[in-house]
Design a protein around this ligand. Sequence first.
Ligand code: G1P
Length: 290
Amino acid sequence: MEEIVKKVILPAAGLGTRFLPATKASPKEMLPIVDKPLIQYAVEEAISAGIEEFIIITGKNKRAIEDHFDAAYRLEEKLKNSGKQQLLKEINKLNDVHFAYIRQKTALGLGHAIYCARPFVSHEPFAVILSDDVIDPDYPLLAEMVEIYEQKKSPVIALQEVPWDEVNRYGIIAGEREDRVFRISDLVEKPKPDRAPSNLAIIGRYILTPDIFQVLESQEPGAGGEIQLTDALRELLKKRPIYGYLIKGARYDAGDKLGFIKATIDFALRNSELAEGLRQYMKEKVADFR
Ligand code: G1P
């Protein structure tokens, strides 16, 4: 087996029901935090972890993603002619990155979405990024996970503690902790709080090994009637160790409206064009609450 993590799978076939009506005809992955779509944050994060090949799992109404990562010559020409160098650099910086698109014809779940990429990832480890889990762009989470994979040569999953009343929104693990790394002993997808083995939630960053495909091949539907990646990992755990990594930096659940707004505010406060105006506006707002 090849040992270097060069590929990432970016599932983007979900229906985005939490953002309707915005996502009725456009992909949720194209919703922007300030001025960049969610999926571009994910791609840039992967690039900074040394990933070279990008496999995006798409579905109905997702063509805007392909257009977004395509070159845009007319627009580039226009920006060049009007001297907008900075914008030009911004829109063509991913022109040399290669993407493969696979269509998941029916939304059967995250496990099934990953399985759709099997022909493109045969004998090598690969990363998975769920783009609605947004990570602070200055925090090299995926790169840290690749390092752990290189030491352990086994799957690595990102973890974060969540409030107990939210455990039913996540995959939850049990495990033995050693510093920030957990040796996982169990995984449960979206348990009820009284059934959850802990409040350590799986966050949408994984380094996986290709043996997961054999498990996914015959994985039965689980929570929500969907083929769950968490269930397949639970099965894989019978054959090999799986590790969890407690993340250090900020993470936003941008698949949730409040999480999305928090990410927008935090990212805008770091943007030199917006920070001052937004800070002023927030002061006025807070004064209104008093
Ligand atoms: C998926 C996974 C879940 C994980 C979560 C992280 O769930 O199935 O295990 O905790 O992503 O965001 P989803 O949010 O797609 O329902």
